[in-house]
Design a protein around this ligand. Structure first.
Ligand code: NAP
Length: 289
């Protein structure tokens, strides 16, 4: 039987309506709207599209957004000065520095410079540390979106074996931290695999919930998936013919799995939704009311 398709696009619409209601109630209480400052350095076309989509989403949900577009020649000092200014700007509740940055700028230096209260990407050391210690403030957006996709489709990870393929700082590692938390909607047994894992298929076949985030088109095949497993495909890969595909061989795996996310329209729309959610939360956290 073919798997249930976990439609992130539809869920994102539902959640964005909830976020818009929270933003409106913040406006009624404070007279200002939750505000996101987007920082874009250089002319990377993909980054320009990501930032544009994030700003459109802000507008649709009643959040303010500003764009700080700097040239490709920007120095690290100049970018640090901008981040410092935004850290002290009361109308800015969240700061998003779009990665990647040009090679003359150290990404870690910039990520660390963002005020932890405005770090709505949840990538900074304080917010990652709080998550690791079991007291999260802002959850990194893609991993938080994955948890919502599961829970709001009635798939509770508690007690299940979650296998994650990929250990990046923005997806693999934080999604492991989120799902292993001693908390409702988490409490999973988590295994994390990477490029050095031996006999990967024997591990992925043990998963009740399999999360794949490696950036290799259609890498995960049907014989690597246990029957009735839930499969979350984080990958976004552009094929030579222009098609966007995930890290999972969708057509074959959907015949084995009980539920699966499509690409596009699965995890992707949830990432921006959680950024909006974190920005509203940041505004509420910073409000004196
Ligand atoms: N939809 C969204 O909103 C969203 C958000 C973020 C990322 N993405 C997509 O998700 C994918 C992963 O992104 P990322 O930033 O996490 O990637 P990344 O930083 O490149 O990390 C890739 C991870 O996959 C592991 N890996 C690579 N080849 C492997 C293999 N053959 N077997 C097992 N593990 C392997 C790597 O292992 P090592 O650590 O050993 O190198 C690494 O841990 C990309 O396609 C990206 O575009 C989508």
């Amino acid at each position: 039987m073919s798997a249930k398709i976990l439609e992130g696009k539809l869920l994102a619409q539902v959640m964005r309506a909830e976020i818009a209601a929270r933003a409106e109630s913040f406006f009624k209480k404070t007279g200002s709207r939750p505000g996101l400052a987007a920082v874009l350095v250089g002319d990377n076309p993909a980054s320009q599209i990501y930032v544009r989509n994030k700003r459109i989403a802000c507008k649709q949900s009643g959040l303010e957004s500003s764009l700080h577009h700097l040239s490709n020649q920007t120095t690290q000092t100049q970018l640090l000065e901008l981040v410092d200014k935004l850290n002290h700007e009361p109308a800015v509740h969240g700061i998003l520095v779009q990665l990647p940055l040009p090679p003359q700028i150290q990404e870690t230096a910039i990520v660390r410079a963002v005020s932890p209260l405005k770090d709505v990407d949840g990538f900074g050391p304080e917010n990652l540390g709080l998550l690791a210690a079991g007291h999260p403030r802002y959850l990194p957006c893609t991993p938080a979106g994955i948890q919502q996709l599961l829970l709001r489709n009635g798939i509770n990870p508690e007690g299940t074996h979650v296998v994650i393929v990929g250990r990046s700082n923005i997806v693999g590692k934080p999604v492991a931290l989120i799902l292993m938390q001693k908390a409702q909607g988490a409490n999973a047994t988590v295994t994390v695999c990477h490029s050095q894992s031996r006999d990967l298929a024997s591990v992925t076949r043990q998963a009740d919930i399999l999360i794949v985030a490696i950036g290799k088109a259609q890498f995960l095949k049907a014989d690597m998936v246990r029957a009735e497993a839930v499969v979350i495909d984080v990958g976004t890969n552009r094929l030579a013919d222009g098609r966007l595909v995930g890290d999972v061989d969708f057509e074959a795996v959907k015949e084995v799995a009980s539920a699966i996310t499509p690409v596009p329209g699965g995890v992707g729309p949830m990432t921006i939704t959680m950024l909006l959610s974190n920005t509203v939360q940041a505004a509420e956290n910073q409000s004196p009311f």
